[in-house]
Design a protein around this ligand. Structure first.
Ligand code: UD1
Length: 359
């Protein structure tokens, strides 16, 4: 079986590691890196740390408007698919790279397999929501991380080719943990004590492109009684600099560059709590049993909220501060393996094999 995997943004590198390892044990995999994320600390470091094979192609599309970025990817991916003629194209998550991979392959009648299918925020102002809805509707095999995501697809009339496999991010997390890559060292390097700091990430368009939202978030972080360790996504860094928002970065905020995967997870697992607008980190906080404050109005990872580990505040200074104050009285209700057991990649490759041989 010959599979082309299309990846391009930081969370996709993290997701593709375990699947790639399983695939390459028996099959041919060709990796296309679209170049959506190109800074070394947003890309290369993840390949090294997570033992992901070097990409066979790098389209180097870089930044641009959604249309510019997606169209450059589409042209590049189509050319490679015509050249390599794979049996399947694997796409991950909900980025512009996911959308481009889905469109290029489906128009060439190459079966599309979507890892992390069926997630919905029901908020079409998010570019990620448009990307995942389109990707799901042209996919032939849909690998859902949870039952809720499979149910979302059923409500949209998608039932064929759907499987609940568990989440590949759990596979990656367990892989790093089993290799003893999660330690206290990054906590001490930052001069912090376990349990005494918060860790934050902010990069969603709704929180960065509207500078009133970003200012409110920075003010809430500055008001925190705990130090807020804040690895800055390049998008967020540029906006803080260009819009003169440094004035809102108070003493409690400890800014760092984007961090490697194991450093980030080590910091999450030792933090008092997590502040984020990322999808993946909400889930990682849940798996590591850390309270999470999500700076969005909605979430695709509804189980984290239902089980009492996650609260939604939106970009509201007072609600964020209140959620930080409430950390002492928060009582998560339950915890389960709702995101899987760390063997999602094996299931995904076995379903691909069965589909390929027609069994
Ligand atoms: C993208 C995804 C989002 C995902 C996130 C993970 C889309 C629409 N969004 O958002 O779903 O959660 O990645 O990080 O696909 N930049 C750099 N260096 C880099 C990468 C980006 O400087 O290595 C800058 C560029 O100037 C760019 C901006 O960051 O304009 C945003 O990058 P982009 O790829 O558009 O999306 P993300 O915000 O990273």
């Amino acid at each position: 079986m010959k599979v082309v995997s299309v990846i391009g943004a930081r969370p996709q590198f993290i997701k593709c590691g375990p699947v790639s390892r399983q695939l390459r044990a028996k099959h041919e995999e060709i990796i296309i890196h679209t170049g959506q994320h190109y800074d070394a600390n947003m890309s290369d470091v993840f390949f090294r740390e997570l033992d992901i094979p070097a990409p066979d192609y790098n389209l180097e599309v870089g930044s641009g408007t959604h249309g510019e970025q997606t169209s450059r990817m589409l042209t590049g991916i189509e050319r490679i698919l015509l050249e390599t003629k794979p049996d399947y194209v694997l796409i991950y998550g909900d980025t512009n790279s996911t959308l481009a991979g889905a469109l290029a392959a489906s128009k060439l009648h190459i079966p599309v397999a979507h890892v992390e299918a069926g997630l919905r925020s029901y908020d079409r102002t998010m570019p990620e929501e448009i990307n995942r809805v389109v990707a799901d509707h042209v996919s032939d095999l849909l690998f859902c991380p949870t039952r809720v995501s499979a149910e979302n697809l059923r409500r949209e009339g998608i039932e064929q080719g759907v499987s609940v496999t568990g989440d590949v991010m759990v596979d990656t997390l367990y892989y790093a943990r089993d290799q003893r890559k999660l330690t206290n060292a990054p906590v001490h390097e930052l001069g912090q004590n376990p349990g005494d700091y918060l860790i934050a990430t902010i990069h969603r368009a709704s929180n960065t492109d509207d500078i009133r939202n970003l200012a409110a978030i920075l003010q809430a972080f500055s008001d925190s009684p705990f130090t807020v360790v804040f690895p800055l996504h390049p998008r967020t860094r540029k906006i803080i600099q260009n819009e003169g928002l440094e004035q809102y970065v108070g003493e409690k905020i400890r800014i760092t560059d984007p961090l490697p995967y194991t450093t980030m997870l080590s910091l999450v697992s030792n933090a008092r709590a997590v502040l984020t607008d990322s999808g993946g980190i909400q889930k990682e906080a849940y798996i590591l049993k850390k309270p999470c404050i999500t700076i969005r109005d909605n979430t695709e990872w509804v189980e984290t909220v239902q089980d009492g580990w996650n609260v939604l505040t939106g970009a509201d200074r007072h609600r964020i501060s209140q959620a930080i104050r409430d950390l002492d009285h928060r009582m998560p209700r339950t915890h389960s393996e709702v995101y899987g057991d760390g063997h999602a990649a094996e299931r995904i490759v076995s379903i691909l094999e069965n589909s390929f041989t027609g069994t």
